[in-house]
Structure formats: structure tokens, C-alpha cells
Ligand binder design. Structure first.
Ligand SMILES: NC(=O)c1ccc[n+]([C@@H]2O[C@H](COP(=O)([O-])OP(=O)(O)OC[C@H]3O[C@@H](n4cnc5c(N)ncnc54)[C@H](O)[C@@H]3O)[C@@H](O)[C@H]2O)c1
Length: 354
């Protein structure tokens, strides 16, 4: 089978550090033929680093290349929708960065284009490919946790406002930590719970620290006056099977340490995933009236979740398999965030229009 021709749209941080190395890791299966960035210096730097022959500043020129079979969309969130739709309708498969789009309505348009094209639309939610999450998914699917009826899901930074890119600009991001990093932790929590259908959500957002120059930020300097997103968000989400999730996400908060993980409450066992710690998984269960804390010792080692995600995309295209991370899951996440942001304004529980 011939190698897939790959194009990269948006050639900045995540493209150069994750997508391009991912494609370059399977040189017998694909080849990066073109990069595009509105900033010509960024595009040229990416092309030079990976020996890419074609460099564009307008993604339509990249999509016009018949040798390109698939593209990565690694632009800021406000520029996910249109390049994705244009790429799909040009007959290219798409790996689109997270969050899928600015809101659920944009996701719906992207899914319509996916259906019309018959091509794959995969969302870059790489945590599903991590060793701890793979282990937990298998453990859960074998029934060891019983019914998971509740989860506490957290992507909390003590001090971590990104000092680069457009992460503090609501007009280009759609929101703050909720949509940026909450998307990862909510996705992996839902993945482990079997992706139940969300029905309603209630939440609140706060902007208590991000604008204030007195707070230390080791993630790079940024213009505090241009901080237009929330710095902390909390939500309560209901699902059609009766399960619920509480979600917390911050760029800045006065907590002990950065925490990225979730507590799963199951009828047969519970689990704590503390993914940035030396003990990423602990299982809590009971046998014959005795309570046990179990720490798995041979969780699979994954060199790079991002590479595994990109390779899964390439192999799904080559084998005709469905999207390894379906667009419907990306839309459910955006639709939950829509309801949470709306609830923060109305003070009421809001329906999730997924
Ligand atoms: N999966 C992850 O863990 C992860 C990590 C970081 C970023 N991201 C996501 O990746 C996306 C990009 O983030 P980043 O950190 O690489 O940002 P970045 O600013 O480093 O790179 C984005 C690039 O897109 C370019 N661009 C903007 N509009 C464009 C357009 N219309 N056509 C072509 N290029 C365009 C910009 O010039 C910039 O170079 C965001 O959606 C972000 O949420 C995901």
C-alpha cells in the first residue's frame, strides 16, 4: 500500500512537538508532504525541522495538493472548524486538535462534513492512549469496578497560565481552563465510564487571580489585562444513565499542587487516577469484609501518548477502521462546556444539546 501523504495546518507548538514527530515515527506508512501556518517563519521552521518539501501560508493551497491524503489541524481553537470542514470536503482525513471547536454548534457542522465526505475525523484527545488509562479501561471493561455511578474529575493547576499562544483570549479559545485542560480530564473520565450521554449541567466560572499581576506564574509572562477567560471553573454534569460527574479546572488556584486525574466511584471498587504523580492508579475494593488499597505494578509503558494517537490515526485510515477518537465524543465535550458556561451566566442547570 502506498504511503499516506500528510499535511499540517497550524505548525506551531503542538504540531512540531507532537503531530510531526508522530508521523515521522512511522516513515514506512506516511510522509509529511506539506506544512502551513499563517506565520511564514513558523511554517518554515517546522518544514526545516522535518525536511518537508512544501510550505504554505494559506491552507487552501495545501488542500489543493492531490498527494495529501490526511491533515492535522493544530491551529488555535477558533480556527479548528473551517479548515476541518474544508479538508474533509476536499477528501482528506482529519486529526483535529482538542477541544474539537469553540462550541457544540461548530462541532455539529464539522460532523455533517465528516458524514458527507466519508472520511475520518479524529479528535486529538491523547490521554486515552496513556498507559494508566489503557490499564483502567481494560480493568473496568472486565467488570472489576462494577457500575461506575459517579466521578470527581479534576485538571487543577496551582499556578499555570500558559504564557504563549492565545490561551488567555476568550475570542480565540472559547474559554479558559475548562475548555483547554478540563477537556482532557473530562474526556478520559467519560471514556472510562463508557461515554454515557450527557443531559444537563450546572456550573460556575471565576476570574479571581488570572488578571491580577501580583500572582506568580511560572508558565511564562502574559499581559494580565488581556486575560479574558476564567481562571477556575466548577461543574456538575448529569447523564442519561443516572451517573454524575463533578468537574474542576483551574489555571491558578491556591491548592497544594497541580492535580490531573479523577476519582471513579464503582459498586465493586473505586479508583483514584493521579496522573501527574508517581502512583498514577490506586484501586479501592473490599474482599470478605476486608478493605484493600491496590496499586498496580505493571501498568503498560507508553513512550508518547501523542505518537500513539497519531499512529492510530494513520493506521485507521490505512485499514479502513473507524475514527479511534470519534468526533461525537468531541462534540459531547463541547456541548457540556456550552451548558456549563451558560449555567455560570444564568445561575441555573442547563440542558446539554449534544
Ligand atoms: N493535545 C494537547 O495536549 C494540546 C497541547 C497544546 C495545544 N493543544 C491544542 O493545539 C492547538 C494549537 O495550540 P499550540 O499550543 O500549538 O498553539 P501555537 O500558537 O503554538 O500554534 C498554533 C499555530 O497556528 C497558526 N495559525 C493560526 N491560524 C491559522 C490558520 N488559519 N491557518 C494556519 N495556521 C494558523 C499560528 O500562527 C500558530 O503558529 C490548540 O487548539 C490547543 O488547544 C493541544
Amino acid at each position: 500500500m502506498k504511503k499516506l501523504g500528510i499535511g499540517i495546518i497550524g505548525s506551531g507548538g503542538i504540531a512540531q512537538s507532537c503531530h510531526m514527530p508522530g508521523y515521522a515515527s512511522v516513515p514506512d506508512e506516511c510522509e509529511i508532504l506539506a506544512v502551513c501556518d499563517v506565520d511564514p517563519t513558523v511554517a518554515q521552521t517546522a518544514a526545516d525541522a522535518f525536511g518537508v518539501p512544501n510550505v504554505f501560508t494559506d491552507y487552501h493551497d495545501l488542500l489543493a495538493m492531490p498527494e495529501i491524503d490526511a491533515v492535522s489541524i493544530a491551529t488555535p481553537n477558533a480556527f479548528h472548524k473551517q479548515p476541518t470542514i474544508d479538508a474533509l470536503l476536499a477528501g482528506k482525513h482529519v486529526l483535529c486538535e482538542k477541544p474539537m471547536a469553540m462550541n457544540g454548534a461548530e462541532c455539529r457542522e464539522m460532523i455533517n462534513a465528516e458524514k458527507a465526505s466519508g472520511k475520518i475525523l479524529q479528535i486529538a484527545l491523547q490521554w486515552r492512549f496513556g498507559g494508566a488509562v489503557r490499564f483502567m479501561k481494560d480493568f473496568i471493561d472486565k467488570g472489576h469496578m462494577g457500575e461506575i455511578y459517579y466521578a470527581r474529575s479534576m485538571a487543577l493547576r496551582r499556578r499555570g497560565v500558559p504564557g504563549w499562544g492565545v490561551f488567555i483570549d476568550k475570542s480565540k479559545q472559547g474559554g479558559g481552563p475548562l475548555i483547554d485542560i478540563g477537556v482532557h480530564i473530562l474526556d478520559l473520565t467519560l471514556h472510562l465510564m463508557g461515554n454515557p450521554k450527557p443531559v444537563s449541567a450546572s456550573g460556575m466560572t471565576y476570574q479571581k487571580m488570572g488578571k491580577n499581576p501580583k500572582y506568580f506564574n511560572p508558565w511564562g509572562e502574559y499581559d494580565r489585562e488581556k486575560f479574558t477567560v476564567e481562571d477556575f471553573a466548577v461543574g456538575f454534569i448529569r447523564f442519561d444513565n443516572g451517573a454524575t460527574i463533578t468537574l474542576e479546572s483551574s489555571f491558578m488556584s491556591n491548592i497544594e499542587r497541580e492535580f490531573f486525574g479523577c476519582h471513579l466511584f464503582g459498586t465493586e471498587a473505586g479508583a483514584l487516577l493521579d496522573l501527574f504523580s508517581g502512583k498514577p492508579v490506586t484501586i479501592y475494593n473490599e474482599v470478605d469484609q476486608q478493605l484493600f488499597d491496590m496499586v498496580p505494578q505493571n501498568i503498560p509503558t507508553v513512550k508518547s501518548m501523542h505518537t500513539d494517537e497519531v499512529v492510530a490515526f494513520v493506521r485507521a485510515i490505512r485499514s479502513g477502521a473507524p475514527s479511534p477518537v470519534p468526533s461525537e465524543h468531541g462534540m459531547a465535550l463541547n456541548s457540556i462546556f456550552d451548558a456549563l458556561y451558560k449555567s455560570a451566566e444564568t445561575g441555573k442547570e442547563e440542558p446539554v444539546e449534544a
